[in-house]
Design a binder for this molecule. Sequence first.
Ligand code: NDP
Length: 261
Amino acid sequence: MKIFAVIGDPIVHSKSPRMHNNALNTLNFCASYTRYHLQEKNKLKDVVKFFDGVNITIPFKEEACLIADFKDKSVLHIGSANTLLNKNNKIYAYNTDYLGFLKAIEEFKNIKNALILGAGGTARALAYALKTQDIEVAIANRSDGRFEKLNHSVCYLYEQLQPDFQFDLIVNTTSAGLNDMILPCKRDILENLFCNAKYAFDVIYGKNTPFLELARQWNLQTKDGTDMLLWQGVFAFELFLECEQQREEIFKAMNMALNYP
Ligand code: NDP
């Protein structure tokens, strides 16, 4: 029997075990998916070897890239991985966050340019995703310490964003709004962006964040991170089980599990 896991710190709130186990049961795979609470990043490689495949979450996605023997093209560009396969004692690294994001924004049409708020690992994955679609990307953050890792993107501090800047899509990748009802930056800066934009996306899932609430007040089409979470899971599942013909069934099973009370 194959065994998979999600590894992170904290990990108790991860939805991945319930999503993956429901898909495994529904599609009759003889496999199981658990969670693993890791605190020391130097033990990641040893822990990965217990499993056939793992998902990696905060704060180990960069370490996941470093320990891999083989990295797919997206991992090489982004510098972090959320899916690892353990095959023939070698670790293979993938990033399905970027694929999940692209699937989640399929309903947003004709995007020419986008502004990503936040400059962490998720921002790097989403910048890569948008660039694969020939969408121009800029990044804005509250501090400039992470800009050097984004050397292929135009970067701004929030206060450098000019009122006449125009972006079709604004994406929040900061954790502002996750545990507190705050915006990622000053309200007037966001209002200037929203008055010229068409779409707003927040990677936070299952919450009406102040960012999305304000975007709706400006009549933007909005979306939270639920579909991104589900689709990154679907693409990881396909890598784990080497199955590519059952995408919609996997999505439905994961979606159902996410909506259990
Ligand atoms: P990082 O820690 O790498 O980056 C966080 C970024 O947010 C930094 O740029 C940081 O700024 C900024 N930030 C943090 N708090 C605030 C705040 N209060 N106000 C303004 N800016 C803030 O995190 P990740 O990129 O790895 O993850 C970001 C979020 O994405 C998490 O909430 C995670 O759960 C979510 N996520 C969702 C997924 C999904 O499937 N829906 C998939 C992957 C991630 P600074 O540089 O100044 O510290």
